[in-house]
Write a protein that binds this ligand. Structure first.
Ligand SMILES: Cc1ncc(C[n+]2csc(CCOP(=O)(O)OP(=O)(O)O)c2C)c(N)n1
Ligand SMILES: [Mg+2]
Length: 345
């Protein structure tokens, strides 16, 4: 397990095109489009924050798109998905509206949480996204509860908890793993191990760099994958989700990746601390999940520059239209400030 993790965490390794053998071209094109859409949305938000148009902090996930897109391939709108502070990708990968996300981040009435939540309080239950909160690990136990509820309701829906390598240091994650196992809750734990919690590298916080060892400790089946390889992520997620739907209990996916921006907002190096160097970042940029899929598709002859130009044109237009609309939308009325916060007598 450790050797595998070390290889995946090495920024100079795993630069090759992803292995797409046996994958239908239509599915690959869909992965590509979703990852590119998420990348462009994150870049748009980065610029909006830089230019002072966004009032609150944004935690951007550029570089990590393959995880949400690969995992979501195994999910459906009736599943119960929970995220955290860096969850734009989790939401968009389920097909949420760009406009709803942008409007929320801008604090507009038309936002997914009616402008009351911002980037870290996202919600889109009709698409399976039950919510995200900034409290690190705060939603992990909720995903277990939602999974238990799904089973009591005799459905084969699953709970999903996305969290980071930093969240694994919260006690509630260990309680959640334990409870999920003993109750055989149909939940997928997805640890996006980007090797950092804020500015601290995992080697300064943990005796070992794998988070999946806590799944082993709880006798939960796990996979450790290259989080910048959408096909590997999708295959592993599909196996674990299928088993959970069939009643085998929880699964744990550790996807190793890296975020391109700093911990929060648009600067790459705002929180560069120990162990995060410009060289390392450049190596991780070269491991771009979108570029590696593109390379494989071009080599296999199932993608062309022309198709890509058309797609880029379409997505740029979508992103700009959603952003302009969100900017023009109204803020909530101040009389609504306490609605949905405190019960009214
Ligand atoms: C309970 C709690 N403790 C501390 C924080 C401050 N905080 C916000 S994000 C973060 C780091 C989280 O790292 P990780 O889980 O690896 O997620 P990543 O930011 O890498 O995506 C911390 C310590 C918080 N929001 N909640
Ligand atoms: Mg992290």
């Amino acid at each position: 397990m450790s050797t595998d993790l070390n290889r995946l965490a090495d920024p100079t390794a795993c630069h090759d095109a992803v292995d797409i053998s046996g994958e239908p071209a239509s599915r690959l094109a869909a992965y590509f489009e979703k990852m590119l859409l998420i990348r462009k949305a994150e870049e748009r938000l980065a610029i909006g924050r830089r230019d002072g148009l966004i009032g609150g902090p944004v935690h951007l996930g550029a570089g990590q798109e393959a995880i949400a897109v690969g995992v979501s391939n195994a999910l459906r709108a009736t599943d119960r998905i929970f995220g955290a502070h860096r969850s734009h990708s989790h939401l968009l990968a389920m097909g949420s509206s760009l406009h709803g996300l942008f409007a929320e981040v801008l604090g507009k009435e038309t936002g997914l949480s009616r402008g009351m939540g911002g980037s870290m309080h996202l919600w889109d239950q009709p698409r399976g996204f039950y919510g995200s909160v900034p409290i690190v690990a705060g939603t992990v136990s909720l995903a277990v509860g939602a999974a238990m509820a799904a089973r009591m309701q005799a459905s084969d829906d699953v709970g999903v908890a996305y969290f980071g390598d930093g969240a694994i240091e919260e006690g509630v994650v260990h309680e959640s793993l334990n409870l999920a196992k003993v109750t055989r809750a149909p939940v997928l734990f997805v640890c996006e191990n980007n090797l950092f919690a804020s500015h601290m590298h995992i080697s300064l916080r943990q005796p070992k760099d794998s988070t999946a060892r806590f799944a082993v400790a709880n006798d939960i089946p796990h996979r450790i994958v290259d989080g910048n390889d959408v096909v590997s992520v999708a295959k592993a997620a599909s196996e674990l989700v299928t088993a959970a739907r069939q009643g085998s209990g929880p699964g744990f996916l550790e996807a190793v990746t890296f975020r391109w921006y700093g911990h929060v907002d648009w600067r790459e190096d705002i929180d560069v601390g120990v162990h995060r160097s410009v060289d390392e970042l450049e190596n991780w940029r070269a491991r771009d999940p979108i570029k590696r899929l593109r390379q494989a598709m071009l080599q296999a002859g199932c993608w062309s520059d022309r198709q890509e130009d058309d797609l880029i044109g379409k997505l740029d237009q979508q992103v700009e239209a959603a952003w302009e609309q969100a900017l023009a939308d109204p803020y909530p009325d101040s009389s609504a400030l306490l609605d949905r916060v405190y019960a009214r007598g």
